[in-house]
Design a protein around this ligand. Sequence first.
Ligand code: CA
Length: 222
Amino acid sequence: MRILIVEDTQPIATAVRSMLELRKFAVDVAGDGETGLDYLLRGTYSAAIIDVGLPRRDGFDVALQVRAAGVQTPILMLTARDAVEDRVRGLDVGADDYLVKPFAEEELIARLNALLRRAPNPISNILEAGPLRIDLLARSARFDGVDIALGTTEFRLLELLVRNANIAFSRSDLLERIWDYDFDGSPNIVDVYISQLRRKLKQAGAHGIIATVWGVGYKLIA
Ligand code: CA
């Protein structure tokens, strides 16, 4: 299993690396947020340990970007401040757990092992958000057992939102991800598809699960 550490404080990075290597994990270290994000998007890691305070891109933003790209790697966030808002924010942007610095080696290992046990099965073709269930192989969606007939674009839109439940996407994010980068039509197409999707979800009994985030765009409420 390969673990990524994103930490700019060299002594901590080195200490965590040796703790993990001692337990036979393969370890990569990134010293800033931008590099960490790049590693996470390109590599295959069983888990990532990410410090909040990082140069070039903070840990919250790394987690947010990773989740927005649909990468499910479990994330353990390191925070130096025992501030409730930091922990909440970390979990909010897609981290799976957090650890307050300074921490005991045993605690880091215990939390990491818990995350690895909870990690989604990478070969699973089923995505779930509450009663909403998407089968990626069959390209089908059901809500509470009721089939939802979706077109290709609607399906991709729903898949993206379910993979990143509770994360808000702007219209331009959605345009880039679902339509081509060089799409030159009106951004209103996003609203058109969202309202079609909402209508179909509502028919299946899923009312209000795609929320409008004022000033941002849309998100799926898990
Ligand atoms: Ca730091």
